[in-house]
Design a protein around this ligand. Structure first.
Ligand code: SF4
Length: 76
């Protein structure tokens, strides 16, 4: 049990998201905005909202990136 907790802690530390971007190719489907409106917004195409603590929305950012039909959401 202690090992699992330690691993979870380490994964969280390693995976903290500092940067989110949408590279060229967005088709404006709106899925990322529906999934995580705290981080993504729609203009003509989807954009990333600046000044957000992305680590607070880590799971939703990952879900949005995995759901994007053209895989243009990148994070690190
Ligand atoms: S999910 Fe992907 S294609 Fe759809 S709006 Fe967001 S970035 Fe664009």
């Amino acid at each position: 049990m202690a090992q699992i907790l330690k691993n979870n802690y380490l994964n969280h530390t390693i995976m903290a998201i500092k940067k989110v971007e949408i590279i060229e190719g967005c088709i404006a489907c709106g899925l990322c905005v529906d999934t995580c409106p705290e981080v993504f917004e729609m203009e003509d195409l989807a954009t990333v909202i600046e000044g957000v603590n992305y680590s607070d929305y880590e799971e939703k950012i990952k879900e949005a990136a995995e759901s994007c039909p053209v895989e243009v959401i990148k994070y690190e």
